[in-house]
Design a protein. Structure first.
Length: 151
């Protein structure tokens, strides 16, 4: 199995997000119109703002419901996923960015991290002493065998 390479999209939600459910499957689908600013690096290390592009951002399954709870118009985000082309109800070919992960952009969003909630990993397993987990164990010098040194 190879390493999965996704496209990363960094942008801002510019439309009111919607949560819908598939008519046949019932699969949750989060949709938002987003803006991406493009920048060009200059030889002196500075960046010059270029054009903007607008895209349809889609998140599906359980993450869609979580995204709908946490994201609103004006939020900056970072998402990984891929661009997909599809034919819409009017038979027009369209493109969407289907995200497999999405989070608020930590460089532009103030937020608090709640570490009280367990996520399946028991960080403080009962009866496990991790106080010396990264310390080098005591080692005794190797015994010097006079016969081995004489060779």
């Amino acid at each position: 199995m190879g390493i999965k390479n996704d496209t990363v999209m960094v942008g801002r939600i510019v439309g009111d997000p919607r949560l819908t459910y598939g008519e046949k499957t019932g699969v949750p689908r989060f949709y938002a119109r987003v803006r991406v600013n493009h920048w060009q690096r200059q030889d002196d290390g500075t960046f010059t703002k270029q054009n903007q592009s607008f895209h349809d951002l889609v998140v599906r399954y359980d993450l869609a419901e979580v995204a709908h709870e946490k994201f609103a118009r004006g939020d900056d985000f970072i998402a990984t996923g891929e661009f997909r082309t599809f034919t819409d109800a009017e038979n027009a070919e369209r493109e969407e960015f289907r995200a497999s992960t999405i989070s608020h952009n930590p460089t532009t969003t103030d937020y608090a991290v709640n570490r009280d909630k367990t996520t399946g990993i028991d960080r403080e397993a009962a009866g496990v002493d991790r106080s010396r987990a990264f310390e080098r164990p005591e080692q005794t010098p190797p015994a010097r065998d006079s016969a081995a040194l004489a060779r």
